[in-house]
Design a protein around this ligand. Structure first.
Ligand code: NAP
Length: 282
């Protein structure tokens, strides 16, 4: 039976450290750290995410500024708000909650967030810096995965890491982080020819596919470390990951559960990035 990586416990521990960092910052510079959260419309899932982010801000002492624009806002309305936040000294980080209503061009809005306030780490500049292994704001979910590996003393250097999924927000930055940590990295996707054979090579297997219980025990090498980024609903509507936890847990050395694994780390890393953004500006 594998060691279950407890993302919830690690997230709680990290939030205490972040709170300490925020308190130190406030004392040293005599100013608050501000995070602006922009939402348009009334998507229920987005409302939950935004609420959780605001709650996390309260927990670590970051001042949140929440903006909810009506569903029928124009592109100009959203852009003008983001431009104003970009100029606002009280704001260290700007987060635009996705998805925006379909009539809005999210990419154009996101491009207005200055690199220094891009606490999601989605901008071309931050991704470029990550590729060059330079100091930058790193996408929260993959950065959270790296913190988990580090915390559990899982050495990445020289290991074969396989990332299943190549999205700009998870798979690609995940692969770059692992490469920067000296792993030998393979990135798989929907066109990969023999996925099972690729996965069986992995000392560290990261699943970021978005398909319930997609990674099964026969795709996992004995003793591998398995990180499940997926957040899906199973046939009974229960939250589950991309990994078939029940069968895989007996084959691997470490595994993250869903819920309670990668998920709790993501918002924590948003708080971490907001503190970083404030510190970088000093
Ligand atoms: P995404 O943008 O839909 O990307 C999914 C990736 O999986 C794509 O690269 C796709 O390949 C690949 N894929 C799809 N079917 C495949 C197959 N049969 N074989 C191999 N690869 C396949 O998803 P995402 O935004 O990266 O998110 C992935 C999962 O993580 C989702 O469940 C999401 O909810 C979850 N997530 C969780 C958190 C968290 O905080 N825990 C944060 C973000 C995302 P192509 O590129 O070829 O299409």
């Amino acid at each position: 039976m594998a060691t279950i990586i407890d993302g919830k416990a690690l997230a709680a521990k990290m939030r205490l450290l972040i709170k300490q960092g925020v308190d130190d910052y406030k004392q040293k510079y005599n100013r608050e750290i501000g995070l602006a959260v922009v939402m348009a419309g009334d998507n229920p899932a987005s409302q939950v995410y935004v609420r959780n982010k605001i709650k996390a801000c309260e927990e670590v002492g970051i001042k949140s500024f929440s903006y909810t624009l009506p569903k029928n806002s124009s592109q100009n309305d959203v852009e003008e708000l983001v431009k104003a936040l970009a100029e606002d000294d009280k704001i260290n980080g700007i987060l635009v909650q996705l998805p925006l209503p379909a009539h809005l061009d999210a990419e154009k809005v996101l491009k207005l967030i200055p690199t220094a306030k891009d606490v999601d780490g989605f901008s071309a500049e931050n991704i470029g810096k990550l590729a060059m292994n330079e100091e930058c704001l790193v996408a929260c979910t993959p950065n959270g995965v790296m913190k988990m590996l580090e915390h559990y003393g899982i050495n990445v250097s020289g290991k074969r890491a396989v990332v299943v999924g190549r999205s700009n927000i998870v798979g690609k930055p995940m692969a770059m982080l692992l490469l920067n940590a000296d792993a030998t990295v393979t990135v798989c996707h929907s066109r990969t020819k023999n996925l099972k054979a690729e996965c069986l090579n992995a000392d560290i297997l990261i699943a970021a596919v978005g398909k319930a219980k997609f990674i099964t025990a026969d795709m996992v090498k004995e003793g591998a470390v398995v990180i499940d980024v997926g957040m899906n609903r199973d046939e009974n509507g229960k939250l589950c990951g991309d990994v078939d936890f029940e069968s895989v847990k007996d084959k691997c050395s470490y595994i993250t559960p869903v819920p309670g694994g990668v998920g709790p780390m993501t918002i924590t890393m948003l708080m971490y990035n907001t503190l970083q953004a404030a510190l970088f500006r000093r």
